[in-house]
Design a protein around this ligand. Structure first.
Ligand code: TYD
Ligand code: ZN
Length: 415
């Protein structure tokens, strides 16, 4: 890559080795930075460049905007918008209560990036000691309104010390779709190590690199996701901080995720699933640069096919509406060059996004009711990770002749 990247993280954020910045998605705005027309003049952009570290296996962004540009008092992401996600987090909470916490006297659960309390509410309901750490004040306020103990701060070694002083050590530290957001993984890992009891566990889940590569779901790559983890990279990154990967479990959420369980080194047996997963990753080539070069080609093919389709519908005068103003869609719309001439508006149920423009591409975001009021010819499924839930809900759209445009794993039109 050219010299202008020198000042950025061309060295691995985890192990310091030289990484390979194998492609660029070009100029990108903040993925959740929905904005008004007046704000477009001073919209912030950065170059979205993923890189792969052949030494430790970490897939990462070369450049990430300052955290306060992404997670702030107007953070547009509320976890509780999907019914399936509600169920998912209830199950996650239950598995923790019935697993690691069962039989422990007065256990403490700490969740990093607890958002609106979608998971902690279940611990709260059972009057268990819990603490959420959530830097985005608006979503944290929703959690506090539900009676969930939440502090608004960024987690790291210092905060871990403060929590320990105030509440003691934790039996379980949990995180969902948040570890991959945090560039200073070392500080979080050592903070977690410090906060955990000797027999405690750290469980977190995030979009899985293996799924992203297999499905060409490049829209997982955006500002917030500074890392896309695999079992290999998680094992290597946390071993540096005395935490051992003891179990892995694939999840359906966010288009394919992995839940990782870590524990202080040599405190617990390592489940067979870990070795199996590491072997599968080697088989898939997740440890080799050539896999990422092929991924780049797949992204370019996907973009070409999607734009061919959208240009055709545009020339035929068809109405296309986006479904779900996801963070992921920011990468798709900006990388592919989707304009309001291709997509009339994006339908979304999140009030804070409605009436705004999508980041970079400036597609209007409108309430879901507008989608229902006059069904378009095609709905571009930006919220493909909720595909089952949405297609089940939108049977009237399809029976009326509407069709879905999907692009993961392949670009196609489906009913
Ligand atoms: P999300 O799945 O969180 O994706 P990302 O992590 O990429 O932001 O976002 C889903 C978005 O789609 C959210 O803005 C809510 C919206 N949505 C709908 O409008 N209708 C629906 O039925 C569902 C499930 C989501
Ligand atoms: Zn590395």
């Amino acid at each position: 890559m050219p010299d202008k990247h020198e000042s950025r993280h061309l060295n691995c954020r985890v192990c310091g080795s030289r990484t390979n910045a194998f492609m660029s998605f070009g100029r990108m705005p903040i993925a959740n930075g929905f904005l008004t027309a007046a704000e477009t003049a001073k919209e912030y952009f950065f170059e979205l460049v993923p890189a792969f570290c052949e030494t430790c296996g970490m897939f990462q962004l070369v450049e990430q905007p300052q955290p306060d540009k992404m997670f702030h008092a107007n953070y547009a992401f509320y976890s509780s918008t999907s019914r399936y996600m509600q169920i998912h987090f209830e199950k996650f909470a239950r598995s923790v209560m019935e697993g690691i916490l069962s039989g422990r006297p007065d256990p403490l659960v700490v969740e990093l990036g607890s958002n609106d309390g979608i998971m902690l509410q279940h611990f709260h309901a059972r009057e268990m000691r819990h603490l959420g750490v959530e830097p985005s004040v608006n979503v944290a306020d929703v959690a506090r309104g539900r009676g969930i103990n939440t502090i608004s701060a960024f987690f790291g070694e210092n905060l871990a010390g403060e929590i320990e002083a105030a509440h003691g050590r934790a039996d379980a530290v949990l995180a969902a779709n948040v570890m991959c957001h945090i560039p200073d993984l070392a500080s979080v890992a050592s903070g977690v190590r410090r906060l955990l009891k000797a027999d405690g566990v750290f469980m977190f889940e995030d979009p899985y690199l293996g799924d992203m590569i297999a499905k060409t779901s490049y829209d997982q790559i955006y500002d917030e996701h500074v890392f896309i983890f695999s079992a290999t990279s998680v094992m290597n990154a946390f071993a540096r901080h005395g935490l051992e990967l003891i179990d892995v479990a694939p999840q359906q959420t966010h288009g394919g995720s992995m839940r990782y369980t870590l524990a202080p080194k040599e405190s617990r047996a390592i489940a067979p699933a870990v070795g199996e997963c590491l072997a599968r990753e080697r088989q898939q080539g997740l440890d080799r640069l050539e896999t990422y070069v092929r991924f780049k080609q797949n992204c370019e093919n996907s973009r070409a096919e999607l734009m061919q389709l959208l240009n055709r519908f545009r020339s035929e005068g068809k109405r296309v509406v986006g479904y779900g103003a996801t963070s992921k869609s920011t990468t798709v719309t900006n990388y592919c060059g989707i304009t309001p001439a291709h997509v009339e508006f994006i339908s979304d149920t999140t009030p804070i996004k409605q009436g705004k423009l999508s980041p970079g591409a400036h597609l209007p975001v409108r309430p879901y009711e507008e989608f229902v009021r006059a069904y378009p010819d095609y709905a571009l499924l930006f919220a493909w990770n909720h595909g089952d839930e949405i297609r089940e809900k939108e049977q009237c759209f399809v029976s009326g002749g509407g069709r879905w445009i999907v692009y993961v794993p392949d670009v196609k039109v489906v009913s």
